[in-house]
Structure formats: C-alpha cells, structure tokens
Design a protein around this ligand. Structure first.
Ligand SMILES: [Zn+2]
Length: 283
C-alpha cells in the first residue's frame, strides 16, 4: 500500500514568526527541523501500519523545506516548485490514502497562524462551487478527484475545528498548535505531539481498512471564483478565455473537474506573482 503526505509549514508546532517561513528567514533552520521531525514520525507510523511506500510532497513556499538527510528508504520525496497540482503533486501515482500535515486556516480566520489561502500576497478568497475553501479543502478535493481519501489532518486547531470537522468528519485530526494570534501560538511538547500523531495514524489506518473514510468530492463542472488582493491580478487573469471578470477583484471560471480547476487556479496565481515581480522591476 502507498500513502501520500502533503506538508505545509504554517500549521506546524512552534512556527510563529515570518522568519520561520522563508529560505533566508532567521529561524528557517528551526522550522525545517520541526517539519522534518513531524513528517518522519507520520511516515514511520504509516510504514509500521502496513504502508510500504510513502510519497511526501514538500509543499510550502519554495517546496524544499524538508531535510533530506536520513530520509527513510520507503519515503519518496517530491521537492521544488512550480509543479503540476502543487501541494498534491505525487498523489496521482497510485496512492491509497492522503494525509495533510502542518496545514493552516484560510485567509480571514480569527486567531489562526499565518491565515492565508494558498498565496497570501495574491489571494483574498478562493471559492469552489460557492463555498470559501482552505488549502485543506482545495487539496482534499484534488485528491478526491483521483479517488484518494484524506484520512488525517494535523495542523492549526482552528482549521481542524472549522473545515476538517465540517467537510471530512471521518478524518483523524491532530492539533499541532492553538493560535493566540496570527503570529503567536501554544503547542504541546514534541514528545506529546509524537504520541498523539502515532495514535492518530494508527486509528486513521484502521478507519481506512474498515471503509469508514470517504472521498472529498467537488460537484462537476467545478465553479471556481477567485478574489484577488489587488485589481491588477484580475486584469491579467481575465486574459484567459475561460475566465470571466466579475468586478475589480473577482474572477470566475468553470472547469471540467478538480484537477483542471486546480491547474487553472495555479496558473492564475503564478501570473499574479509574475505581475508583482514585473512591477517590482519598475520601481
Ligand atoms: Zn505554507
């Protein structure tokens, strides 16, 4: 059996300042160690519970956060960005289950670590079929399109309480932090976190074996609405023929399925980043 793990940073324990999140950040080294530790605990427990292959998609920012020394033999690592289907790259390779680690709440969530939806600099809100989604739901729908159920989510407590309970009540959840503000959080010791993760993985595998887990499925065709942070991102996005401009910040489009919907979304975010870069050059 093969498991897929997508790893983000903002929902990881002890990660609370911007310096944790970027390649040149003051505490980036610490963040990489923490994320690697959490990921390998989960991968090891999956292996112990019958998964002989674990695909890990390093899925924050530059997507080269996890330390590769001591990578277990059964782990295959997806690194680097841009890449197709971004945070779920690799899930398409015959994976049986998906697990999301270090995940955080969508933009605009109260007291939630680094609340944002996929791209803090460009996206205010992402709606799929009329519902505002977090990265958990975006990636969960994409995995669901490929018939892979999400069996466990670990990250910011607010995300787990808001979106995971609502959309995937079958999934095991492990809070890694309780946020006191956007840039402050309380976390248990790594010893306690490790115990909780191991128990939750074991339960999630039992749930999967007993057919107690479901797929996250978005109704087709998929209607996607994007609210940008700045109107010039929408100006560029509407160049694509399938994209309809609603107003200053909002565009929408229809996709035949979640994978197509995800790829168009990713392209529009990249176009927005490109626009930002271009304008930087003109300063
Ligand atoms: Zn991230």
């Amino acid at each position: 059996m093969k498991a897929f793990i997508s790893v983000d940073l903002e929902g990881m324990p002890y990660i609370v300042i911007p310096g944790h999140l970027s390649l040149k950040g003051s505490l980036y080294k610490e963040a990489r160690k923490i994320a690697t530790k959490v990921t390998f605990i989960v991968a090891e427990e999956l292996y112990k519970n019958g998964f002989d292959e674990v695909v890990v998609a390093d899925s924050h920012g530059p997507m080269v956060n996890l330390l590769v020394d001591n990578l277990p033999e059964y782990v295959e690592l997806v690194r680097g960005y841009p890449r197709p289907v971004s945070m779920v790259a690799g899930v398409e390779e015959g994976c049986d289950v998906a697990l999301f680690l270090g995940y955080h709440a969508k933009f605009g969530t109260t007291r939630s670590s680094f609340d944002h939806t996929y791209s803090g600099g460009t996206i205010n809100k992402l709606e799929i079929n009329g519902n505002a989604v977090s990265e958990f739901l975006l990636n969960g729908y994409a995995a669901g399109e490929l018939k892979v159920p999400v069996i466990l989510v670990a990250g910011d407590a607010q995300l787990l309480e808001d979106d995971v309970e609502k959309y995937a009540p079958w999934a095991e959840t492990v809070p890694l932090k309780r946020s006191l503000s956007r840039v402050a959080a309380k976390s248990q010791s790594m010893v306690r976190i490790e115990k909780n993760l191991r128990k939750a993985v074991a339960r999630a595998v039992v749930n999967y074996r007993k057919n107690k887990v479901k797929l996250l499925t978005a109704k087709k065709p998929v209607r996607v609405k994007m609210t940008f942070q700045r109107s010039h991102f929408a100006d560029v996005a509407e160049s694509l023929p399938m994209v309809n401009r609603i107003d200053g910040l909002n565009v929408e489009y229809e996709a035949s399925d979640m994978i197509e919907g995800y790829k168009i979304f990713e392209l529009l975010v990249l176009a927005a980043h490109g626009t930002t870069y271009l304008l930087e050059l003109r300063k």
